[in-house]
Write a protein that binds this ligand. Structure first.
Ligand code: IMP
Ligand code: MG
Length: 182
């Protein structure tokens, strides 16, 4: 059903699974005995967060945050707003932020600065997708699943107007789907 709206799959389900195992192994070694707080940025990071955390074989804790930067459509508003804060204090903690995608970098710059201001011991960023060409502020992820061209992507958490997050791969939609919504 959804398949007929797709122009091209850029990253398959198997590739995401393999990459999650790889990053999971690295984090297991790096955070062994550190009990990091893994922070999922809702809603986009949910599928990747689930995939990644089950590949980490040491103690972790989980918490969730909602920030908004997009207000529908395919371009960023430029403004980052906190919608739901963490339940856990980050003071002295080692934090791993898990994001779906870095585009302009504004969301992650805001979050990293906020957590460091709250005296986190360390803040690292894991992102499923990086779109380096979209960057307007200086911020890089510590671990990147897939570095992809500057196109509007959906699937595996990434949405177009709240739709398509449930696709099990990362893809580009046919042009008419974007046109119909605008
Ligand atoms: P940034 O603040 O511009 O780096 O954007 C981060 C947020 O923008 C992500 O968490 C996504 O919600 C959204 N975003 C950026 N690029 C895409 C895309 O290609 N598809 C879907 N959402 C995107
Ligand atoms: Mg998002």
């Amino acid at each position: 059903m959804l398949e007929k709206t797709i122009k091209q799959v850029l990253v398959t389900e198997d590739e995401i699974s393999e990459k999650s195992r790889e990053i999971g192994r690295i984090l297991t070694e790096e955070y062994n005995d550190k009990n990091p707080l893994m922070v999922a940025i809702l809603k986009g990071s949910v599928p990747f967060f689930a995939e990644l955390t089950k590949r980490i074989d040491t103690h972790i804790e989980m918490d969730f945050m909602v920030v908004s930067s997009y207000h529908g459509g395919t371009s960023s508003s430029g403004e980052v707003k906190m919608v739901k804060d963490l339940d856990t204090s980050v003071e002295g903690r080692d934090i791993i932020i898990v994001e779906d995608i870095i585009d302009t970098g504004r969301t992650l710059l805001y979050l990293k600065q906020l957590l460091l201001h709250r005296k986190a011991n360390s803040v690292k960023i894991v992102t499923l997708v990086d779109k380096p060409e979209g960057r307007v502020v200086e911020i890089e992820a510590d671990y990147v699943g897939f570095s992809l061209p500057n196109e509007f992507l959906v699937g595996f958490g990434l949405d177009y107007d709240e739709h398509f997050r449930n696709l099990p791969y990362i893809c580009i939609l046919k042009e008419e789907i974007y046109q119909d919504k605008d």
